[in-house]
Design a protein around this ligand. Structure first.
Ligand SMILES: [Zn+2]
Length: 318
């Protein structure tokens, strides 16, 4: 996860002058620590993302989070932008998350996406080492803090909801406000207004009680270890066309640049869990069931005639 330049500008401007990237050796995730010392994955560091596997601890007290204002249409307008690292939707006031074991109430401030390329998946977290085509992060700041700087000093200052995104044939109408606006912000630095819509439509609405919880970090510089992560177990789905808008239609370069470069594979590598405990919510299926289901579907795929192979596109990509 990460913030827009706007939200984190105070931190970037005062502490860090250099930019970061995903695709060049001198500035990719393995080199971030050279410029941003807090991105060094030192021993016992609590960094993100992680692989979610069977080594999770059930916590029956973890029920669904309360998502305040997520089912409402708010007044005003939101801003969708291409900051050269992701597509970011800055959200106005009126939404917050709490409950589900979170240590307080957190105001929702933005969401953004991580993706791969036409031939690779690009979620940040993995489930039993499997990477999904995309991952969405909904970023929330603990309400007791007067500003972001204060929240960044709190080990639980941020709460991020991670949502895996898989692919099917039909468009997801809930993503239409973002899909329709994407062509107008193809290049770095471009922004556009988006009419507010119910954010609940972007979440796995039928499976909100199934998630994993752990303490980790921002997945972009400065990689601060201040995040309470909630990673939903069941993905939401978009269409191939909607996925291709991200993998083929977003650039890290500005409009008119001599050598346009597409933004792809904007995910950080997996980090060790070390001594952390990853909790599974009361209704999570503890991964074993999920892995078995996906494996079984994969076997079914092998048995299908070639002409029917693409009826399970999400599995082809996984
Ligand atoms: Zn993110």
């Amino acid at each position: 996860m990460f913030f827009t330049a706007t939200v984190l500008s105070a931190i970037y401007v005062t502490a860090y002058a250099a930019d970061f990237c995903y695709d060049e050796g001198h500035c990719d995730p393995y080199a971030w620590g050279d410029t941003y010392p807090t991105c060094h994955p030192l021993l016992e560091g609590h960094h993100s993302p992680i692989n979610l596997d069977r080594h999770v601890t059930k916590d029956v007290a973890l029920d669904a989070l309360r998502l305040h204002g997520f089912d409402s249409v708010h007044k005003g307008q939101w801003t969708l932008s291409n900051d050269g690292h992701s597509i970011v939707l800055d959200i106005g006031s009126g939404m917050a998350v709490s409950g589900g074991g979170l240590p307080g109430s957190y105001q929702t401030v933005q969401l953004h996406f991580h993706w791969g390329s036409p031939s690779t998946n690009g979620s940040e977290h993995t489930m039993d080492t499997q990477r999904f085509p995309m991952e969405m992060h909904v970023v929330n700041v603990k309400s007791v803090h007067p500003n972001l700087s204060a929240a960044m000093e709190d080990p639980t200052g941020l709460a991020v909801l991670g949502v895996f995104i898989d692919v099917v044939y039909g468009d997801n109408v809930h993503f239409s406000p973002i899909s329709k606006a994407l062509p107008s912000i193809a290049y770095k630095g471009q922004t556009t207004a988006v009419r507010p819509f119910p954010l609940i439509g972007l979440l796995p609405q039928a499976n909100l009680t199934q998630y994993y919880r752990y303490h980790g970090s921002l997945t972009t510089p400065p990689c601060s270890q201040v995040v309470v992560w909630t990673v939903y177990e069941v993905p939401v789905h978009i269409s191939w066309g909607q996925l291709e808008q991200f993998t083929g239609g977003v650039y890290v370069t500005e409009e008119g640049a001599e050598h346009g470069t597409q933004l792809r594979d904007n995910f950080r590598h997996i980090h060790p869990v070390f001594s952390r405990v990853v909790h599974a919510s009361r209704d999570a299926r503890l991964l074993a069931g999920v892995a078995a289901a996906r494996h079984a579907s994969g076997l079914l795929l092998l048995l299908l005639p070639a002409g029917l192979c693409c009826l399970t596109p999400g599995l082809v990509r996984a």
